[in-house]
Ligand binder design. Structure first.
Ligand code: HEC
Length: 456
């Protein structure tokens, strides 16, 4: 010990960090940050282990993942750990953030902790998305395509973003290398740096004390008051306060181990084949809500919202500690903060439910078009009109004021598109429209097109 201390000074540094005084009664509300760190370390260790078995090449990735997933093997358990560890990390990031927001721990002098945390949140979600694509099964392949196509619709930077994500205009051999590099080198490297900063600042500024109604944060006096309070009423971080972090973090890791052991990572989908559009590219459960948001937006605003919504979320979160860094911290004096957290949780839960009900379509029951709208005695046209609702077209398209707004209004489509164009579009689908080739037989397709041709 003395030998090491003499040459590095590490022992006294560690003692200092462990023994630094923290506010008393920090309690169980303060364990989520360290739990996130536990999850991150678990992801690093299991991720590096998985990378030893994974072959990031389009020719062999799927096969190597099948090898990894053989039941009962060490690799399969590691994959399970990595899968449930990812869920754990996303959930803990969310809970940690909600706690910090509710107790206004982002106020002076901890603004930079919040700012680095916001970037870490987006990086965590980016890790979640890229990680899922590395399975390189049919669903993963298509979620890259869907993701890139969604991104490509954003104005100006959209196409650049999409090309970057796919390493080209379409899926190709470099796509997987690109995603692998992002997931295993770039994003983790950024996260290491930011987590280092985040933790350093926690040590430097001290853990925020539990808020007391009426006790205001004043940047001019806060630091002195905090030090005063901690000296008078604090306790050493280790072991008086840290045991809760250790217990909670270990319990969660244990839970992940049990889940990985008993349930395991999800089965792979079908082998990848870019020529078959037969996939159900759903993200894992913790991203389903965002998937549902994308599916529910009215067609007209998607292009803007696709980039605007995350950007606004990012800017709003970054602005928070800059516009409001002093004053009350207690949630009882900031009731709207409770309301916002409740609304956000409610939104995410209900969007998740919607996302699970239907892969492509908003889960609404639509009434068939009324007879007055169909207004034709031709039996083919009438059958076509019935198909228009039974095949869910009506969920996305309006005709004469009836139907959904996900796709363009088709009231005048007969004047816009000819028979060939209609057939082509229905069979091939589009960026946000499922392809109906193989769903409709040629007669049904003919009827549907007959009906649409009357729309002018
Ligand atoms: C999930 C929503 C959704 C469903 C279901 C859907 N569509 Fe679409 N459809 C769209 C979107 C979005 C577009 C616009 C695509 C684009 O421009 O990139 C579109 C485009 C079209 C177009 C081209 C319109 C034009 O003006 O260029 C036609 C025709 C069409 N759909 C017909 C149908 C028919 C027929 C069905 C049912 C068999 C159907 N759609 C089902 C979303 C949907």
């Amino acid at each position: 010990m003395g030998w090491i201390e003499d040459r590095t000074g590490l022992i006294s540094r560690l003692n200092q960090a462990a023994g630094h005084r923290v506010p008393r009664r920090s309690g169980w509300a303060f364990v989520f940050g360290s739990a996130t760190l536990f999850a991150f370390v678990l992801q690093v260790v299991t991720g590096i282990t998985l990378a030893m078995f994974f072959e990031p090449s389009t020719a062999t990735a799927y096969e190597s993942l099948q090898q990894i997933s053989r039941p009962g093997t060490f690799e399969a358990v590691v994959r399970g750990l990595h899968y449930f560890g990812a869920s754990l990390m996303v959930v803990m990031v969310g809970v940690h953030m909600a706690r910090v927001y509710l107790m206004a721990s982002y106020k002076y002098p901890r603004e930079v902790q919040w700012l680095s945390g916001v970037v870490l949140l987006f990086l965590t979600l980016a890790m979640a998305f890229t990680g899922q694509t590395l399975r390189w099964d049919q669903d993963a392949l298509w979620s890259v395509v869907v993701g890139a196509e969604q991104a490509a619709r954003a104005p100006v930077i959209g196409p650049i973003l999409a090309r970057f994500l796919m390493a080209g205009d379409t899926l190709n051999a470099a796509t997987l290398s690109r995603l692998f590099s992002l997931h295993t080198f770039w994003f983790p490297a950024l996260m290491f740096g930011l987590i280092g900063l985040h933790v350093f600042l926690v040590l430097r500024n001290g853990i925020s004390e539990p808020p007391v109604p009426g006790r205001q944060v004043n940047p001019r006096t806060y630091k002195k008051e905090y030090q005063e309070r901690v000296r008078r009423d604090g306790e050493p971080f280790w072991p008086n306060s840290a045991w809760r972090d250790a217990v909670f973090g270990s319990a969660l890791i244990l839970l992940v181990v049990v889940l990985a052991w008993t349930i395991g990572a999800p089965d792979l989908g079908k082998p990848p084949d870019p020529s078959i559009v037969q996939a159900d590219p759903k993200p894992d459960w913790y991203l389903i809500w965002y998937f549902a948001v994308l599916a529910l937006w009215p067609y007209g605003i998607t292009n803007i919202m696709i980039i605007l919504a995350p950007l606004l979320a990012l800017l709003g979160l970054l602005a928070l500690p800059l516009v409001s860094n002093k004053g009350e911290r207690s949630p009882s004096r900031r009731p709207w903060s409770i309301a916002i957290v409740v609304i956000m949780v409610g939104l995410i839960v209900s969007l998740t439910v919607v996302g699970y009900r239907e892969p492509w379509l908003p889960a609404f029951k639509a009434a068939p078009l009324s007879a007055a709208v169909v207004s034709s005695d031709d039996p083919n046209v009438q059958r076509g009109a019935a198909l228009f609702s039974s095949q869910s077209c009506i969920l996305c398209h309006k005709i004469a004021g009836q139907g959904g707004v996900r796709g363009p209004d088709l009231s005048q489509v007969g004047a816009r598109l000819n028979e060939q164009q209609l057939k082509w579009r229905i069979q091939n689908g589009a960026a946000s429209m499922p392809p109906y080739a193989g769903v409709l037989d040629p007669r049904q397709l003919g009827d549907l097109v007959k009906f649409l041709e009357t729309r002018r």
